[in-house]
Design a protein. Structure first.
Length: 228
């Protein structure tokens, strides 16, 4: 599957979200929106009304990452207000399969996220209900954290499972993704890359997205060629 780059607005200027979205339109694939409730993670960001406003203002499809309690109840709302992809955490959901089906029924893709301390093997048998697996490469809650390279074997195990079973899922990584770390993520098998500070901390966000895509594409091709 082709490399996808999803700049995270968690690192953008919240007072200028429409402008920040426009800065990467045409070069990025998704606009990554982190929704935090100050319960599942110790941070509070934005909710469905802001996602609805972004959907109207942004040219890019929205990739919503729900870091919230009780996603079984709330996830569908984000699909209804315009998110193209809604990812929720396995650790927070009571029924990951039913929640995924509800998201899809509402017209969005469904993603399953796992924190660094959660093993991916426990969820391999339900991945057929999803469009994407998000492997967190930092502890969720705050941008600008240091990349956890210890998560790469988890990415590789998930990619091997998908390759062996033929399931057409994306594997997304989120946290500490930069030009320096994206190559190992791609080599491990990731194909969707969330980057916050590396994009919105750059002088030219669009150029930063292009540079990330180039590096990821080169190393993803290398990984495919080696069968990793």
């Amino acid at each position: 599957m082709a490399v996808q780059i999803a700049p995270s607005i968690l690192s953008a200027d919240f007072a200028r979200l429409a402008d920040e979205a426009a800065a990467v339109a045409g070069v990025a694939d998704w606009l990554h929106v982190d929704v935090m409730d100050n319960h599942f993670v110790p941070n509070l960001t934005l909710g469905a009304p802001v996602v609805a406003a972004l959907h109207k203002a942004a040219a890019l499809p929205l990739d919503c990452h729900l870091m919230i309690d009780n996603p079984d109840r709330w996830a569908v709302k984000y699909a209804e207000v315009g998110a193209g992809n809604v990812t929720f955490h396995a650790e927070a959901a009571a029924d990951v399969v039913q929640t995924a089906r509800s998201i899809r029924a509402a017209g969005a893709r469904a993603g399953l996220a796992v924190k660094p301390g959660t093993d991916v093997e426990s969820y391999l048998d339900v991945l057929g209900e999803f469009d994407m697996l998000l492997v967190m490469t930092v502890e969720p809650g705050f941008g600008g954290q240091e990349f956890l390279a210890a998560m790469l074997p988890k990415v590789a195990r998930a990619r091997k499972y998908l390759r062996d079973t033929g399931l057409p899922l994306w594997i997304q990584v989120d946290g500490g993704v930069t030009e320096a770390t994206i190559e190992e993520c791609a080599r491990a098998g990731a194909d969707v890359f969330v980057a916050g500070s590396a994009v919105y901390g750059a002088h030219d966000p669009a150029a930063a997205v292009s540079a990330l895509r180039h590096r990821a594409t080169v190393f993803a091709a290398e990984a495919q060629g080696s069968g990793r």
